[in-house]
Design a protein. Structure first.
Length: 208
């Protein structure tokens, strides 16, 4: 296999193909329904790994939230700005992003942490948890597993992925001061022959 690509390079090339494959993921749509039912109008929400803006930023804007999306891919940010003009999107990496003071009423993280090293996954979880204001929510999804530096081919691209086990995800969120309200594992088959079946961890948490 050839040289592995960064997350930014992969998603710059995938563009709207990613939305076509993963844009109607039932567990993600359920998580967004759960979250928007609990947020007041005008709630400040950060969407980490915002992709094309759909479905997360679009659903949040529809619910009356003030949405900021960040993504490492310039192509994704451009698509999101066109698709969801009511939200604000910027090219940024969760590992180095510095939000404005005051935190967010909610932080969403749907699959942005996989194409990085395992210690970076753990650190990014802790960073995102710290951005949740008191009384606010954290909703996430990932592919769980005690995985570090695994070389795979995904949607036609050679990438190196890492993750944490379900238990480690939950423990790190708890250690970061969040109360885990719900979690579950759901199988999913993407609408793309180049992306295989996956098991997804969904987790809903709150800062007391």
């Amino acid at each position: 296999m050839g040289q592995r690509k960064s997350a930014a390079e992969v998603f710059d090339e995938l563009g709207e193909r990613y939305e076509e494959a993963f844009g109607r993921l039932p567990g993600q749509l359920d998580a967004l329904d759960w979250l928007t039912e609990r947020l007041p109008g005008g709630a400040r929400v950060l969407d980490v790994g915002s992709g094309t803006g759909r479905p997360t930023a679009e659903a949040l804007v529809r619910a009356g939230c003030a949405v900021t999306g960040i993504d490492v891919s310039a192509a994704m940010v451009e698509l999101a700005r066109a698709r969801v003009p009511q939200a604000r999107f910027e090219q940024a990496d969760v590992r180095t992003y510095t939000p404005e003071p005051g935190g967010f009423d909610a932080v969403c993280s749907f699959f942005p942490l996989l194409v990085m090293d395992q210690p970076e996954v753990a650190a990014a979880l802790e960073r995102m948890a710290s951005w949740v204001a008191p009384g606010g929510y954290f909703v996430m999804a990932t592919v769980p597993g005690d995985i570090r530096g695994l070389d795979i081919e995904w949607m036609g691209h050679e990438v190196t992925v890492s993750s944490l086990s379900t238990e480690d995800h939950l423990a790190r969120l708890t250690e970061s001061g969040l109360e885990v309200l719900h979690h579950h594992i759901a199988p999913f088959r993407p609408a793309d022959a180049l992306a295989g079946s996956e098991e997804h961890l969904f987790c809903y948490a709150r800062r007391p």
